[in-house]
Write a protein that binds this ligand. Structure first.
Ligand code: GSH
Length: 216
């Protein structure tokens, strides 16, 4: 049986749970991190020396950490096209968005806006830095809007890992009280994703308990 460690409020855990839901993989979820602790125990650190969630252990004892590596592993092992294509060029279509999500969008939105604004108590907020991140997000989402004007999913005609890694941002991005540009194609994509039970179950998780709270 596949085991997954992580708290459901964690953005990086949500990506993994969403894919597990899409692939309908039987699994056992073990709450870890935040209030659940566990991640500093020797047994956990033996699996992930960084002491971070998510971590998975597959039925054959394969352990994987880093959310995007986990997604690639699960898609390669259990997914079929479009989640995993044997065609290198097709796979790279999703791969590039995954890397962009992790190196550009996620640091700007999750660190700059979600942590900088939502999770930081008001008195400690750096308003200039938040404004810069909100503006950068607006540019990123306008760019996504142009792409999604031409195709229903980020990876093309069907959902891929690109939609999972970028789409995980949407629930929080559209829920926060921040300035957003006019992005009708992103909104239509968000509505399409909301029709997927795995997205609703694993990503649309209310996050009110994180407001003004810097501690995990
Ligand atoms: N780059 C890593 C980041 C892992 C990470 O920082 N996870 C956070 C949760 S999103 C964590 O473990 N925080 C400590 C905690 O939840 O206690 C990944 O994508 O998996």
């Amino acid at each position: 049986m596949l085991h997954v460690w992580g708290r459901r409020s964690s953005f990086n855990v949500q990506k993994v749970m969403w894919l597990i839901g899409e692939l309908e993989l039987p699994h056992r979820h073990i709450p870890a991190g935040g209030e659940y602790g566990l991640k500093d125990t020797p047994a956990f650190l033996a699996m992930n020396p960084h002491g971070r969630v998510p971590v998975i252990k597959d039925s054959d004892e394969t352990v994987v950490w880093e959310s995007h590596s986990i997604l690639r592993y699960l898609a390669a092992r259990y997914g079929q096209s479009p989640f995993w294509s044997d065609n290198a060029a097709q796979r790279s279509e999703a791969d590039r968005w995954m890397d962009w999500a992790q190196t550009s969008l996620q640091p700007t939105f999750l660190t700059g806006v979600f942590w900088g604004f939502y999770r930081t108590p008001e008195a400690q907020r750096d308003t200039a830095a938040i404004a810069q991140s909100v503006n950068r997000c607006a540019q990123y989402f306008q760019l996504l809007d142009q792409v999604l004007k031409e195709q229903p999913f980020l990876g093309g005609e069907s959902m891929t890992l690109a939609d999972i890694t970028v789409g995980t941002h949407l629930y929080r991005y559209f829920s926060l009280d921040i300035r957003r540009p006019d992005i009708p194609h992103v909104e239509a994509w968000y509505r399409r994703l909301q029709r997927r039970p795995a997205f609703r179950q694993h990503v649309m998780i209310p996050f009110g308990e994180l407001f003004g709270r810097l501690a995990y």
